[in-house]
Write a protein that binds this ligand. Structure first.
Ligand SMILES: CC(C)(COP(=O)(O)OP(=O)(O)OC[C@H]1O[C@@H](n2cnc3c(N)ncnc32)[C@H](O)[C@@H]1OP(=O)(O)O)[C@@H](O)C(=O)NCCC(=O)NCCS
Length: 199
């Protein structure tokens, strides 16, 4: 029998070594800004000007501090329980309940509705389920907080992205023109399953 004791991994670490967790002061804002620029480059190629494609570090810092921010960190070999955040590579991010400095859609302020924003996965890590896990995390948190709906704002011309959300149970509830963009945004929302927040 081998005497090797298997290392206890951080709960929620997947087989590839990706853990989804709350952002930490140890995480690099510069790394996160660069990830956002890479992830939103496809929308820039479509002629769109999303904030996340061009925001500076100070804006990233303000945004992640204004809500509840979760990151996906890739640690080859996995993240051990109690190990320091920030030792791996950030591959995804999402913010729940970001407080925007600009006026937003009325839907976001309805009772029982919360929203997420700045959702991105590094292009080299996309289509591997990282986005699904980040979405599940905010859905779970939103339900735990007693919300009935989880909403988002997305660039209307990005039809691939609209299909992505429709496939995940979101429906279109309106449109909005943010001051800082050159496109109309779709406001989408999803009913949260009763009891989703349990556990
Ligand atoms: C949206 C985004 C976060 C999804 O992250 P992801 O890690 O690729 O998502 P997942 O791996 O969980 O989901 C993969 C699924 O979506 C589909 N998918 C992912 N990206 C897609 C794309 N660009 N076009 C079409 N389908 C796509 C996959 O086929 C897969 O479908 P399945 O679950 O039925 O197998 C990522 O594509 C991204 O960062 N996009 C750029 C930034 C952006 O637009 N953010 C949203 C702003 S509102």
């Amino acid at each position: 029998m081998s005497g090797v004791v298997p290392r206890q991994l951080e709960p929620g670490t997947d087989a590839r070594g990706v853990v989804v967790r709350v952002i930490s002061p140890r995480d690099s804002i510069t790394e996160l800004t660069a990830l956002l620029h890479r992830a939103y480059a496809r929308q820039v190629e479509l002629g769109l000007r999303p904030l996340a494609a061009r925001q500076d570090d100070a804006t990233t810092q303000r945004r992640v501090s204004s809500g509840e921010c979760f990151v996906a960190e890739l640690r080859p070999g996995g993240a051990g329980v109690g190990s320091m955040p920030g030792l791996g590579r950030l591959v995804g991010v999402i913010i729940l309940n970001e407080r925007e400095p600009d006026a937003g859609p009325a839907w976001f302020t309805r009772a029982g509705v919360c929203s997420f924003s700045q959702f991105a996965v590094d292009p080299g890590e996309q289509r591997l389920g990282v986005g699904r896990r980040l979405l599940e995390k905010v859905e779970q948190r939103a339900a735990q907080q007693g919300n009935a709906e989880l909403a988002l704002s997305m660039a209307e011309p990005d039809h691939q992205l609209r299909d992505y959300y429709v496939k995940r149970g979101f429906r279109i509830v309106g449109t909005w023109q943010w001051l800082y963009t050159n496109y109309v945004s779709l406001i989408m929302s999803k009913r949260l399953a009763a009891g989703e927040g349990a556990g």
